[in-house]
Design a protein around this ligand. Structure first.
Ligand code: NAP
Ligand code: MG
Length: 502
């Protein structure tokens, strides 16, 4: 295989080896197998448009096989009945293996997704192993309670038990990190799992499968099924043998997941969906941090983040200055192949995503919003990849599709505001409620806005912080259920109440 890489970039030998063994197989019942149909699909490098590998396409029969394996492993208790200490030790061992292979995993992530290697290696990878370690700790701390009831002759307590077999369906923007967000708590709680990575970015999930095997997880505890939303994802959401689905992706597909759960076996679901997050700069903000912070809120991961601060509200007295400064900063961002050391933004993940984002830019232009910087696809030696300039619009009309719909690309929309009432009303004028930012030096303004905005996470004088200890999830159509922190244990366990006559 020939890989077009920027000059002087040398990949790990193991990265090459992994890519060479194509087509990649499915991981079912502890073994690597081809799809029953024999079908495969390609995954591409979005920086060059090159095919990286072919990957097995899991159909309903493969999903069914994986469910049987996960059900059998669950029923045999090889995982659910082990002690929390043992589960924790294995999760910790997996975290160690991830750290040992971090260079290779980061390279695969950058090849498949396009994000800068520095971000994959220094941002995503440490967060991945930290997730497994955080939940390794929780595995031995899943407690029930004893309950004082009115009946004196009854002793009542609760048990916290796993849900059973869980399906984990994830998107392409943080491919390996999303595996960790879902696998780590699901496994810590004793469930067995089917993991479906996004069609665009299956590679790191598959390499993780090899490390899961190496760590010594029992067969059937983790099954990895690559393939598109339909048929692979849909077969998971519709399966009667799956007890819960945890999904991260678009609100549109989230609705389908909910419908499929309702139509099949009322499986539990948790949904982390889209966002259109407001980021508010008050006139008293420290602009030396607010400008750059807001730039990154909008553009990190080339804007392909569910929490992207894509609606920027700026208090009128500093509006003109702020628009100038943030536009100037956006022009300094270097867009390019993620393997180049000084690149800030990589490509969009696919040609389809690029077309979608360009569509929003065109509709924004047509509707009268003004572009202060960006707006164009990049050509020259980037012409084969899916690169877009960071783009900033100014607007006044909140009803524009540019302002209401999640774009998932490097496009920010900036608007002035005059009063508190106007700000709160407009910031909440969205079907989404995932996150929000506020920049001010006034403590009471910060806390008041944190309470007034209907969103699951609020950042004050910062943006985009995450940690395994801090719960994360949506209000409104951004979904429900909280991942991370102690809260995620609720998603992957159920409570049993036991009444004992004394
Ligand atoms: P998506 O199209 O909703 O896909 C998400 C996952 O669902 C993918 O694995 C996809 O498979 C699968 N899928 C698609 N159709 C399905 C169906 N009918 N049944 C079951 N599964 C199905 O989202 P995306 O394009 O990958 O990611 C972008 C979106 O995800 C954005 O809207 C963003 O806001 C959201 N997102 C949210 C969060 C969060 O934490 N809230 C995080 C990241 C992204 P294929 O990829 O194989 O089609
Ligand atoms: Mg790819």
């Amino acid at each position: 295989m020939v890989l077009a890489l920027p000059p002087n970039v040398i990949l790990q030998e193991s990265t090459f080896q992994f890519l060479h063994s194509s087509p990649k197989k499915l991981f079912i019942d502890g073994e690597w197998v081809t799809a029953k149909s024999g079908e495969t699909f390609p995954t591409y490098n979005p920086a060059t448009g090159e095919e990286l590998a072919r990957v097995a396409l899991a159909g309903p029969q493969d999903v069914d096989r994986a469910v049987q394996a996960a059900r059998a492993a669950y029923a045999q208790g090889v995982w659910s009945k082990t002690s929390g200490y043992e589960r924790g030790e294995l999760l910790w061992r997996l975290a160690d293996l991830i750290d040992q292979h971090a260079d290779e995993l980061a390279e695969l992530e950058t090849l498949d997704n396009g994000k800068p290697l520095r971000v994959s290696r220094k941002g995503d990878l440490p967060a991945v192993s930290r997730h497994f370690r955080y939940y390794a700790g929780w595995a031995s701390k899943l407690e029930g309670t004893t309950l004082p009831v009115s009946q004196a002759d009854q002793f009542v307590y609760t048990l916290r038990e796993p849900v059973g077999v869980v399906g984990l369906i994830i998107p392409w923007n943080f491919p390996l990190l999303m595996c960790a967000w879902k696998l780590a708590p699901a496994l810590a709680c004793g469930n067995t799992t089917l993991l479906k990575p996004a069609e665009e970015t299956p590679l790191t999930a598959l390499r993780l499968g090899e490390l899961i095997q190496e760590a010594g997880f029992p067969a059937g505890v983790v099954n990895i099924l690559t393939g598109p939303g339909v048929p692979t994802g849909a077969a998971i959401t519709a399966h009667q043998g799956i007890d819960k689905v945890a999904f991260t992706g678009s609100t549109e597909v989230g609705r389908k997941v909910m419908e499929a759960a309702a139509r099949s076996n009322l499986k539990r679901i948790s949904l982390e969906l889209g966002g259109k997050s407001p980021n508010v700069i008050f006139a008293d903000a420290d602009l030396s941090i607010a400008v750059k912070g807001s730039l990154w809120a909008a553009f990190s991961t080339a804007g392909q983040e569910c929490v992207a601060g894509s609606r920027l509200f700026v208090e009128r007295p500093i509006y003109t200055e702020l628009v100038e400064r943030i536009s100037a900063e956006a022009q300094k961002l270097r867009v390019g192949n993620g393997f180049l050391p000084k690149v800030h933004l990589g490509p969009l993940v696919s040609d389809r995503q690029l077309d979608r984002v360009i569509g929003y830019i065109e509709s924004g232009r047509a509707s009268g919003a003004l572009i202060t910087t960006g707006g164009k696809r990049l050509g020259g030696d980037l012409a084969n990849g899916y690169f877009l300039e960071p783009t900033i619009f100014t607007y006044e009309d909140d009803s524009l599709s540019l302002v209401q719909e999640e774009i998932f690309g490097p496009v920010a929309a900036v608007t002035p505001f005059d009063s508190w009432e106007e700000l709160v009303q407009r910031a909440n004028r969205t079907r989404y409620g995932l996150a929000a930012g506020v920049w001010t030096q006034n403590l009471s303004t910060a806390h008041r806005l944190a309470q007034a905005v209907k969103a699951g996470t609020i950042w004050v004088n910062g943006y985009g912080y995450f940690d395994p200890a801090a719960p994360f999830g949506g209000y409104k159509e951004s979904g429900f259920g909280r991942e991370m922190g102690k809260e995620a244990l609720e998603l992957y366990t159920q409570v049993k109440t036991v009444w004992v006559g004394l």
